[in-house]
Design a protein around this ligand. Sequence first.
Ligand code: ARG
Length: 459
Amino acid sequence: MEKMWSGRFSAGASNLLDEFNASIMYDRKLYREDIEGSLAHAKMLYKQGILTQEELKQIENGLVQVREEIEAGKFEWKISDEDLHMGIEKRLTQIIGDAGKKLHTARSRNDQVAVDFRRYVLRKNLEISEAMKALMEVVLDVANKHTETLIPGMTHLQHAQPINFAFHLGAYLSMFKRDRERFESSYERNNISPLGCAALAGTPHNVDREYTAELLGFESVSVNCLDTVSDRDFALEILFNISTMMMHISRLSEELVMWSSYEFGFVELSDEYSTGSSIMPQKKNPDVPELLRGKTGRVYGALMGLLTVMKGLPLAYNKDTQEDKEGVFDAVATAEISLEILKEAIKTMQVKPQNMEKACAIGHLSATDLADYLVEKCDIPFREAHFITGRAVAKGEELGVDLSKIDFKYLKEIDERISEDVMEYLGLRHSMNARTSEGGTSSERTKEQLAYFKNYLSR
Ligand code: ARG
């Protein structure tokens, strides 16, 4: 098979090389970006007097036909064409003849692929951010119903202090908001046109880079061509953004798995988003959050993979860089389906407030409140108060009662400075609502936080 670059070669490429060297089987995903890039480039070449009007017309019509062929599934993607850029250009030239051969004037595949891939990544940053918004709206809906629902707040997965379920979900809303901001700032930072950089050094042709940048929706033109054709930071950024988002999704998923167990019983996933067992007829398994947790691994893999590909590359373009795409495509697809299914799983799950509140009745969740009471009402230094409370907890353990339900007389025995009004402080709802500091869990403070997210999402 004759190559576009065959001029200096006397023997053809081996089939093995074709197979090893080709990216066309996956970079064809970028065909829209590639054709739009070529259309913009051709327009600019005409504007600068490098193409005639007739040549431009032919190229435009030809590219539109190529796009139709691709979309109709009639385009023949051949490994021997190496990548989509050459596959498309070859077909264009078959259709329109000599004018097709002029399209690559003042351009290299190096700036061409940088344009295509960058535009794909930019678009995905925005699409993923939009999908995250939809997820946040669903989480907010659930949270709005549960500002009064007590749930054990934990550290070390041990009961710590009572909080409400909306406050717990508000933590994830905070994480997801930061995730969205990362996607958006990557979009802003990387919205720069590589077109016109050619192979590495720019071009002697009189190109108008501002014009093609504008046609392609880029905010500005890159500053240094040597950097631009080898830079893949934009791809690393989306991989990091997705990785961090998936890490947050994975933490929530881990909680959903736990909460779905008999031991917790805090939520029940809907039948639509649960699976059964092939042997145990009673099982209802949380495969969705488990897979979300699991898929986080492949996304991290893609990030580590590309960081490693890039770390030893001399300037400027090296073929190693062709390895940038599959990991990103896979991570993007993983992010998209993950966001969609998590949203649906949360929308359809049943929350079980009674079980959440029941779980609060064990583990002495209001112990800190006793210590705070001793400090506030009895003027006892916190360290001493901590010790006295420890004694009270030990008494509760001995009696098999939670501190919130202990008989007052035992507290009085431990320290006679304690008076009966302490019992109110030990109440779990009182404890939750006592945490009124900014960002705290009291129902009022939680409602403020939810209003903040509502306002953010309405922008
Ligand atoms: N398929 C290549 C890639 O994805 C396109 C750029 C090739 N450029 C070159 N000079 N070999 O990186």
